[in-house]
Design a protein around this ligand. Structure first.
Ligand SMILES: Cc1cc2nc3c(=O)[nH]c(=O)nc-3n(C[C@H](O)[C@H](O)[C@H](O)COP(=O)(O)O)c2cc1C
Length: 364
């Protein structure tokens, strides 16, 4: 029998019902204090037939925020709010990991405690804008983290992972992708340090590996996933030799027994998929050696082909899950898919969030 999207998968201590993952999706609908609430619980529960849900990116410390109304996991109220979400997903038979986030330089002084500069590997502003209370404004110039501040950053991730487990999550995904803090350290466009955290690939990987080890010590390796995006240029991110960098990352992680490696394949900004003959993602999978999750512009056919070929183990779907809460059923039946409305992606109420219909509603 060939393996397809509906073949269960052993992942850490869990058996996933299918290989269809809901990708992490920021929706900027947390309540005051960046606290998750009932509406967020309903949204995730509607999508619980995914083999695994990865939550929207969630700041582990107040300085880790860069956008309006994104949830945190650093206050008691946030942990209690997330408990509503995990209870609702579990009641619906689903599994959910929390995505642990620190935006680093992709922030604005407005979001920073005391209005200070955001932190980053180096004091280099990213090109781009933040959506603030005054509308769009240029991203703030960060200050470089001092060497003695780095253990505190690692501890922030570790505490975030502990809080996630306290809130009932089944595991955590480290956000090492899309131009945020960990990727700022990894890729040399944002990292101009000349100490133990900059320069060589080994040095640029150091923060990531310290974060991985700290979180593994806290929650166990089989409950920890990592998201990376080797070729992505989102948030002014780039590296001079991404293949060498990410092969080193995959090899360094290979013995650790992580739950999965989640790879954004290609460049979100280029509006084109990973190209044949381009970055060798199969080599990355082989170097990692554990469960491999792919993402970016997959549809059912591409996902089935990649799984059947053994090139990937799981596929994460983003925009399709926004518009199709019952994406698993629609894939199973080859039913038509609804299109997401990008105007309601970030912020707002239930509209464009929990009011996308399922097939049964449409039939009625
Ligand atoms: C509205 C929106 C919010 C997103 N938020 C996150 C996020 O919080 N964390 C993350 O790693 N990626 C985030 N992404 C990227 C998605 O996880 C995914 O990589 C992207 O949508 C490409 O997959 P797709 O083609 O299946 O939609 C977001 C994308 C969109 C459209």
């Amino acid at each position: 029998m060939t393996t397809n999207l509906f073949t269960p998968l052993e992942l850490g201590p869990y058996t996933l019902r299918n290989r269809i993952v809901m990708a992490p999706l920021t929706r900027s609908r947390a309540a005051d204090g960046n606290v998750p609430h009932e509406l967020n619980a309903l949204y995730y529960a509607q999508r619980a037939s995914a083999g695994l849900i990865v939550s929207e990116a969630t700041q582990v410390v107040p300085e880790g925020q860069g956008y309006v109304s994104t949830p945190g996991v650093h206050s008691d109220a946030q942990v209690a709010g997330w408990r509503k979400v995990t209870d609702a997903v579990h009641a619906a038979g689903g599994l959910i990991f929390l995505q642990l986030w620190h935006v680093g330089r992709i922030s604005h002084v407005e979001f920073q405690p005391g209005g200070g500069a955001p932190v980053a590997p180096s004091a280099i502003a990213a090109k781009g804008q933040a959506y603030t209370s005054k509308g769009f404004e240029d991203l703030s110039t960060p200050r470089a983290l001092s060497l003695d501040e780095i253990p505190g950053v690692v501890a922030g991730y570790r505490t975030g992972a502990k809080h996630a487990m306290d809130a009932g999550f089944d595991g955590v995904e480290i956000h090492g992708a899309n131009g945020y803090l960990i990727e700022q350290f990894l890729k040399d466009k944002a990292n101009h340090r000349d100490d133990a955290y900059g320069g060589t690939i080994e040095n640029r990987m150091r923060l990531l590996l310290e974060v991985v080890d700290a979180i593994v010590a806290e929650v166990g390796a089989d409950r920890v996933g990592l998201r990376i995006s080797p070729e992505n240029t989102a948030n002014d991110s780039a590296d001079s030799d991404p293949f060498a960098l990410y092969m080193a990352v995959a090899k360094a992680l290979s013995g650790k027994g992580l739950a999965y490696l989640h790879v954004v394949e290609g460049d979100m900004m280029a509006k084109k998929d990973a190209q044949p003959g381009g970055f060798d993602y199969a080599a990355l999978k082989a170097a990692f050696g554990g469960p491999y999750m792919a993402n970016l512009n997959f549809d059912k056919a591409r996902a089935e082909a990649a799984i059947a070929a053994g090139r990937v183990d799981l596929v994460a779907f983003g925009k399709l899950f926004i518009a199709n809460p019952d994406l698993v059923t629609r894939f199973l039946l080859d039913a038509p898919l609804a299109k997401p409305d990008s105007k309601t992606f970030y912020g707002g109420d239930r509209h464009g969030y929990t009011d996308y219909p399922v097939l049964d509603d449409l039939a009625a």
